[in-house]
Design a protein around this ligand. Structure first.
Ligand SMILES: O=C(CO)[C@H](O)[C@H](O)COP(=O)(O)O
Length: 206
């Protein structure tokens, strides 16, 4: 299972610093949505230039204009780009078209999707590389939410999936055991006093 580091920071300089510290322990470096909104696609280029050997993941969370937005992110250096699962099929298909043109991949983020397992099958049939079983901060706070439900949806989907939303060293083993291809950890790494050690601890737990 690969480890993805989600950098939900607001400046390229901070992201470069975080990425340098965590890089030895992670496979995928993610530019979080707030970072891309704050700094633009040039932040993608900066991270890819600093880490050409890593998979660079641009968390665009695209909802419309899939081909255009994904295409621009790939041109900037992204290897994987996210489109929302609640977007229309034509948006996802457009983003997949851009990915094929660039030899890259689309990940569909299932945040806010009620039946994640069912939508996962549909979007992989549309050409998504894998889906992200993702609970945002608001969803995690809802009554009845459990991390296990996220894992169960991944296993039930029968398609390649990642898990995001509160993953840490103590829970990453359950992500692996659920059959995920990728575990995404954000705050557990960037919020630690020692970023390099936090990333290494999660890697060791895998
Ligand atoms: O995409 C995101 C929020 O929309 C986060 O980057 C992702 O969920 C990682 O979260 P965490 O910091 O809880 O590990």
């Amino acid at each position: 299972m690969k480890l993805q580091f989600a950098m939900d920071t607001l400046t390229t300089d901070a992201a470069l610093e975080l990425a340098a510290a965590a890089a030895p322990s992670v496979d995928i470096i993610e530019l979080g949505t707030p970072l891309i909104k704050a700094e633009g696609f040039r932040a993608i280029t900066a991270i890819k230039e600093a880490h050409p050997d890593k998979i660079v993941f641009a968390d665009l969370k695209t909802m419309d204009a899939g081909e255009l937005e994904a295409g621009e992110a790939f041109k900037a250096g992204a290897d994987l780009v996210t489109v929302l699962g609640v977007a229309g099929d034509s948006t996802i298909a457009g983003a997949v078209k851009a990915a094929k043109e660039h030899g890259k991949g689309i990940v569909v983020d299932l945040i806010g999707v009620h039946d994640k397992a069912a939508r996962a099958k549909e979007v992989v049939a549309l050409g998504a590389e894998f889906v992200e079983m993702h609970a945002g901060l608001d969803e995690q706070a809802e009554d009845g939410f459990t991390f296990e439900a996220l894992l169960e949806a991944g296993t039930a989907s029968g398609v390649p999936f990642s898990v995001a939303g509160g993953v840490k060293a103590s829970s990453v083993g359950s992500v692996r055991d659920a059959g995920a291809q990728v575990a995404v950890a954000g705050a557990a790494i960037y919020g630690a006093d020692d970023v390099a050690a936090a990333a290494a601890e999660i890697r060791a737990a895998i």
